[in-house]
Design a protein around this ligand. Sequence first.
Ligand code: PLP
Length: 459
Amino acid sequence: MTPPARLNSLAARDVAAVFHPYTDQIAHAENGPVVISRGNGVRVLDDAGKSYIDVVAGLWCAALGFSNERLVEAATRQMRALPFYHAFGSKSHEPMIELSEMLLARAPVPMSKVFFANSGSEANDSAIKMVWYYNNARGLHEKKKIIGRIKGYHGITLASASLTGLPYNHKSFDLPLPGFLHTMTPHFYHGALPGETEAEFATRCADELEKLILAEGPETVAALFAEPIMGAGGVLIPPAGYFPKIKAVLDKYDVLLVADEVICGFGRTGQYWGSQTMAVQPDILTCAKALSAAYLPISAVMVNDRVFGPIAEETHKLGTFGHGFTYSGHPVAAAVAVETLKIYDEMNMLDHVGDVGPYMQSELRRRFTDHPLVGEVRGTGLIAAIELVEDKAEHRNFDAGRKVGARTAKHMENLGVIGRALPGDGLAFSPPLIITKSEIDEVLDGVEKALAAITVDLR
Ligand code: PLP
């Protein structure tokens, strides 16, 4: 493909050579990339020197911003000492041991062991395989189906994409694979029946799950995966009482609960884990992203005793656990994650989020709840969304083809705020955890202007 001549040379080279993830390739060839060259605190600079506040922390991940020297030093130190070693066949190294201990000490419920991978998708794929292995170990060879939720996001590898409940992760990929099911989205704003209370809605979500399990046969259903707060599906906060009601159904049918904390983990929701904020009691927990503040790729799967016990027995019977990545527990990534968790402790990250999170939430509501285009402002801690709607009274969305959310995000970007449009025209807010109140004000000033601009466009 010959790049358009108007693009500067880096942009032209990108268009000529790069196959971008999550990108319309034809539109990209036409418009070219935004090339980001440097980071500074919550800001990034493009190659023309324009500065942006990134209000989604990259992809909900750069929790300590884009210029943390301690993480650079931790990586450099570890690279000098031991740049690589693996964890297969009982090999080990200190950064991985220390990180495992730190994660177990911080887990929201008692956990037994930690397995490492490189991405959220790999962590969830690993968890799916562990669930299958666990049930084979127990002699329950039929009990393999995995339930996700419509609009849930768990990644893009074959199994995690099957678990994801968003159409664009399935369409034209021949997914989901057989054995993956989806239950209803616990989003009160769109899902509630007329006159239904939040508690009744939560009960109905649990009833739907039970119906699905019974229709499939409980002896065939192995696990439910859930984000405490759905992120990429729209920042959807479950109704009060949802997870305890769901957990009661799962326990009744011996179905495991896996918490996908890839976005929610490490303070994002106001507590250390989204599971604490949303009363989730997982058997398995996956995390990534803020685990290393995104400075290096690393993810983790924590399993409790109930799960680890039978798996351990099976590995002994078979002579190994036939699963693991070359880079499982990579020492440099693990050292950076250890340093990241130390920084969270030392900066009193939860106190900071406890201060700026409620400020972001109340300012979002104060500025936007009554805006004619805004249907719902939702969120907790440092995760939020505002949803743009065509009809505020009816909660009716714009036609997806009009791309109102994406166009608003583009206006934000032009105004120096990198945001993200979610399916259903939600605008996501998930800034670096180090953001200050004045930076939040700056972001929200940009959002106000972007909403004014899209209002004009829509006339
Ligand atoms: N799970 C959740 C909740 C996510 O938000 C994501 C990515 O955004 C993933 C899993 C997949 O992570 P990765 O992109 O690192 O594979």
